[in-house]
Design a protein around this ligand. Structure first.
Ligand code: HEC
Ligand code: HEC
Length: 285
């Protein structure tokens, strides 16, 4: 209810803008942020966000904790459907009737903030990510050990998800989170297990499919095993995901930034083309 009123007020305010003769300062709603693809601008926006906005919206826009705090600005449908000019106005003029204050900063700085807020809601490949992608590729396939488990365009391992299109389907904040703070509970299709073979040999694997009667396991070499009945005793499920939880300790901040730049550029389709619907069944790659 409150929210609805706030939105209505925001709109009333926007509509009033031309009457107030500020058209030269606030672009019409169709205009878009001139800085969306400018790395330095988005980074400047992020720094300013932490100074001015984090007290209410959280450090990275994840939303404030207390009552009456700023809403989550990440992955927010309201932000996504808002025109750039509306976001611009919300920041520059505040949202009347709510706790969102006005920030009468120079236009350039407001656009930087809008660019940063947009980057929280757009796939990583649609915003510019700072960092050296070529150096990140070297870390991914070298020191970082990522390619031991992840494939990109046919190169790499099998235990983790294929990352060839990851820049098109994840926001940069999500990529950062999966690396810096991976969740221990595995996702469907990546439940970790060990496969024991006669002679004591053992391989890591993930369950692509399992039930009380059978397990379909993909091992670290890319071989698929179907185990039924007594053979299932050779499968030892693990509780924690194979995704390492110590990457933030093993790599420097610069190396992680470079890996993020590299991953953000991984996309199999040119910008703007819609993702195909997932194939029915067959999640085994
Ligand atoms: C004093 C707390 C506070 C501060 C500081 C603050 N905000 Fe907000 N912000 C809010 C609240 C509360 C709302 C929700 C307004 C509403 O109900 O529509 C909001 C809404 C917004 C929205 C609109 C979200 C939407 O759903 O469309 C944007 C964008 C935004 N804030 C960006 C910023 C930026 C950028 C800064 C820093 C320059 C900032 N805010 C600082 C409290 C705050
Ligand atoms: C030992 C295997 C292993 C290694 C090494 C590994 N990962 Fe992972 N990674 C996984 C698994 C398994 C998952 C899926 C976790 C889940 O959701 O259950 C995953 C998930 C991810 C995701 C999330 C993918 C998505 O769909 O959102 C990213 C991003 C990622 N890894 C990046 C990296 C990077 C970067 C490195 C190297 C610094 C790395 N991983 C090293 C196994 C690994």
């Amino acid at each position: 209810m409150n929210k609805l009123r706030a939105v209505a007020l925001g709109c009333a305010f926007l509509c009033a803008v031309p009457v107030m003769g500020q058209l030269d300062r606030i672009p019409p709603p169709s205009s878009s942020n001139p800085l969306t693809r400018d790395v330095a601008a988005i980074e400047a926006g992020q720094r300013r966000f932490r100074q001015l906005c984090s007290s209410c919206h959280g450090r990275d826009g994840e939303g404030g904790q207390g009552e009456g705090q700023g809403p989550n600005l990440m992955n927010s449908w309201e932000v996504r459907r808002a025109k750039d000019a509306q976001l611009f106005s919300a920041v520059k003029n505040g949202v009347k009737g709510t706790l969102m204050p006005a920030f009468p900063l120079p236009d350039q700085q407001v656009w930087e903030l809008v660019g940063f807020v947009r980057s929280l809601n757009a796939p990583a490949n649609s915003v510019s990510v700072a960092g050296d992608a070529a150096a990140g590729e070297a870390v991914f396939f070298g020191k970082g050990g990522c390619s031991g488990c992840h494939m990109i365009r046919g190169r790499g391992g099998y235990l983790g998800p294929d990352l060839s299109n990851i820049g098109a389907v994840r926001r940069i904040s999500e990529l950062r989170e999966s690396i810096m703070n991976p969740k221990e509970l595995p996702s469907e299709g990546y439940r970790p297990l060990l496969l024991r073979f006669s002679g004591g040999r053992q391989l890591k694997g993930v369950a692509k499919h399992y039930s009380n009667w059978s397990v379909q396991a993909l091992d670290e070499n890319g071989e698929l095993h179907l185990l039924r009945g007594p053979a299932m005793d050779n499968v030892v499920f693990q509780s924690k995901t194979w995704m390492p939880t110590d990457i933030a300790q093993r790599l420097t901040a610069g190396e992680i930034g470079n890996v993020l730049a590299f991953l953000s550029r991984q996309s199999v389709r040119p910008d703007g083309e819609p993702e195909p619907r997932p194939r029915a069944g067959g999640d085994v790659r």
